[in-house]
Write a protein that binds this ligand. Structure first.
Ligand code: ARG
Ligand code: GLU
Length: 712
């Protein structure tokens, strides 16, 4: 056995070994077909992406600019994550009819709910356009270089004939060494079809977020509607279900470890080609700063949320979003340490320099620039996180921009309405008293962690938290920004129209406002003492990173490079697999319904289980959705290299059938955005068996399953 494994490792074709070693998010027109087939793929690259005939890409869309979704029926039925459809589910909820708590299932197409403003984008075509975009740029330096590139992009776009509902987006790849043009097609009538209750769709919530073993049924369903001609159309009740060029068959076959799988979607951002010094700064400076700020904010919010249910409801969604990356960064730092990311990069750099001595100069300069930038970058990290998480300061920032815009003569009715809508929706879920406490504690952190040259004059007085809390509370009470003091005879949180009725008075009052003044002192100090240096050094780093990227690609001829994620369509592939993240800890690749019941805490806001699901479990009423163990599979992991934006992405099998719905990564492997490591990096998917089980047995919505092509 051992011998067999060893042998197969040695026999691994070189390129495949690289895919395993580095991960990869591949442009669908440049797939490693041979490696994919060696890993078990039965279809061809042309079945995945083809502009001449229907292919899998015709079933994959970007969902509302952030997540991914896929079409799973000939009637435009769309599957994505519960956390991707959360905003829409919430928007249809009222206190009497809370779809988040109860779930929602349309009984027929007439019951599907429209979502104004929601869109999905198809990718119609992808072309490499580097020559056109870099034409005439050889001898240019910034800022002329960027100007010329932007001009070339415009010229290129104008030269292409497209339909009114299509767009062309040109994206830089490999840090500006290559350019690609994407033709997109946008559908705008997207209706909500179904969603399980949060106790299934968000089961485990923040405690289980980024964690394996996982038991979340993180899915929701929508439908694309089109005009009678099947073309994109604005919402109309006369629109008809979209007939896709291709839709994904849904497989409910059992999974086995090492099954080939690929994920097709829109990963947001990765930085896989940074020099060692940059990774070290992320580990030792940037991530710890962001974590520290969020830790204080979360702890302060949590204390209140636990004792006051009104606050808990108000802050639930904000808390989840602050906690999401807080937890991710902690995992990232751990994973970077554990995977020896810096040492690995240092060694790799050594091997590059040995092959091409010119790279040494690039690296020396990058080292110097990152070290020069370090104090400014640290201040940038603290400042941005403090201002984002101290909500009064964030609001003060909105009013600061408002005044700047008025004074520049740029504020018109449209902008004003936008601002009012923005702050009004913010105030809806805002507690001034609680925020005063968070702000006070964050100011203490900022005062203590920031080098004196980056602090406003007199800021040292904020160093003591115990003194701070009453001081900031007093300022908050006397501030119109918090809605606790009046302007023009009203509060901004009460009657915003009245508060804005006399603009001069409002601006004068804002300028004297204690919170506003505090914000201005911080902002102006940052903009004077840190931002210019930070930005100008970053410009130089970017130029050198472009060069370093080109040098890596020219020197390391054996390695197959993929461009960092940038919200464009990608394919990543790997195997269904568990992992061994820590000494004596071994994770299986599949979870089951029994595990949901193991985690069940009656009445808990994270781990409650709906009664009907418990009944199904007790009766073992699993129909065709159980696997060889007799239980219903819930989630599984694989070695696919994914990131934020891959939420909702289809996980497909060797034949291109849907087997899972991507929604997360395992905590021990989240450093894969910087340093993918096949030992620890796993993507987490909802099993199609669980999705169909919930639709059929829990929601009694068999009509939806009847639309699908189910592979048994
Ligand atoms: N960690 C997953 C992703 O980045 C899911 C986030 C939503 N869930 C949550 N509990 N906050 O984005
Ligand atoms: N939950 C992430 C998203 O919303 C996907 C998980 C990841 O970052 O890999 O896109």
């Amino acid at each position: 056995m051992t011998k067999k494994i060893l042998l197969s490792v040695f026999l691994l074709p070189a390129a495949m070994a690289f895919a395993q070693q580095y991960g990869g998010m591949w442009i669908p027109t440049e797939l490693n077909e041979k490696e994919m087939k060696d890993l078990g793929m039965k279809i061809s690259a042309k079945d995945i992406f083809n502009t001449q005939k229907p292919s899998i890409k015709d079933a994959v869309v970007q969902f509302n600019g952030g997540c991914t979704a896929e079409i799973i029926s000939p009637k435009g039925l769309l599957l994505t994550n519960h956390h991707c459809g959360y905003g829409q589910i919430q928007a249809h909820s009222t206190v009497q009819n809370d779809l988040l708590s109860n779930g929602f299932w349309a009984k027929n197409p007439d019951g599907e709910l429209p979502n104004p403003g929601v869109k999905v984008d198809f990718i119609v075509d992808i072309k490499e356009v580097t020559d056109q975009i870099l034409e005439g740029t050889d001898n240019l330096v910034e800022p002329e270089l960027t100007k010329k590139i932007n001009k070339n992009i415009e010229v290129y776009k104008n030269s292409q004939k497209i339909e009114s509902y299509q767009s062309i987006i040109v994206k830089s790849m490999y840090y500006g060494n290559k350019y690609y043009a994407f033709t997109t097609e946008t559908y705008k009538d997207i209706r909500l079809v179904g969603a399980p209750p949060q106790s299934i769709g968000k089961f485990g919530s923040d405690t289980d977020n980024w964690v394996w073993p996982r038991h979340t049924g993180d899915f929701s369903m929508f439908r694309i509607y089109a005009g009678k001609d099947n073309k994109p159309a604005e919402y109309s009740k006369d629109n008809v279900p979209y007939v896709p060029k291709h839709y994904l068959p849904v497989s409910i076959k059992d999974k086995t470890e090492n099954d080939f799988t690929f994920v097709f979607g829109f990963p947001g951002k990765t930085t896989e080609y940074l020099p060692a010094v940059a990774v070290e700064k992320i580990m030792t400076d940037i991530d710890p700063a962001r974590i520290a700020v969020r830790e204080v904010a979360l702890k302060t919010l949590d204390e209140k949320m636990r004792t006051d249910s009104e606050t808990r409801i108000k802050y639930a969604s904000k808390y989840a979003s602050v906690a999401n990356y807080w937890k991710k960064w902690i995992g990232e730092v751990e994973g970077l340490k554990k995977s020896n990311a810096v040492e690995k990069k240092v060694m790799y750099e050594g091997s590059l320099v040995a092959k091409n001595h010119e790279i040494k100069a690039t690296l020396d300069q990058l080292n110097k620039l990152y070290n020069d930038q370090a104090p400014y970058a640290l201040n940038n990290a603290y400042y941005t996180e403090v201002v984002r998480n101290a909500e009064t300061l964030k609001l003060a920032g909105d009013y600061y921009d408002y005044i700047a815009s008025v004074e520049a003569g740029k504020m018109d009715d449209k902008e004003l309405t936008k601002l009012k809508t923005k702050v009004t929706s913010f105030y809806k879920d805002y507690s001034a008293e609680l925020d005063a406490k968070v702000t006070a504690k964050l100011l203490t952190l900022y005062a203590n962690k920031t080098a004196p040259q980056f602090l406003p004059i007199g800021f040292a007085k904020y160093k003591d938290e115990n003194q701070n809390v009453p001081v900031i509370e007093e300022m908050s009470k006397n501030s119109i920004i918090t809605g606790r003091a009046q302007v023009n005879g009203a509060t901004l949180t009460g009657d915003i129209e009245k508060a804005f009725s006399n603009q001069d008075k409002l601006i004068k009052t804002l300028k004297k406002d204690p919170i506003y003044q505090l914000y201005v002192s911080m902002k102006e100090t940052y903009m004077k003492n840190a931002d210019p240096q930070f930005t100008s050094l970053q410009g130089k780093i970017d130029e050198l990173q472009k060069k370093f990227m080109a040098q890596q690609m020219a020197t390391d001829k054996d390695r197959k490079f993929f461009p960092d994620a940038n919200s464009t369509l990608r394919v990543t592939y790997g195997k269904v697999k568990g992992s061994t993240p820590r000494d004596a800890v071994s994770y299986g690749y599949q979870t089951h319904l029994a595990g949901v019941m193991e985690k069940y805490i009656p009445g808990d806001y994270e781990f409650d289980v709906p009664k009907k699901l418990i009944d199904l479990y007790n009766k073992k009423d699993y129909g065709i959705y159980k696997d060889k163990t007799g239980d219903v599979p819930v989630g599984f992991t694989a070695t696919n290299h994914t990131t934020g934006g891959n939420s909702g992405s289809p996980a497909l099998d060797a034949n291109g059938n849907l087997v899972g719905l991507n929604f997360d990564r395992q905590w021990e492997g989240t450093m894969s955005d910087i340093n993918y490591d096949p030992r620890f990096s796993r993507n987490i998917m909802v099993d199609t068996k669980y999705i169909l089980f919930i639709i059929d047995k829990y929601a009694d919505s068999k009509w939806l399953i009847d639309e699908m092509k189910v592979i048994k």
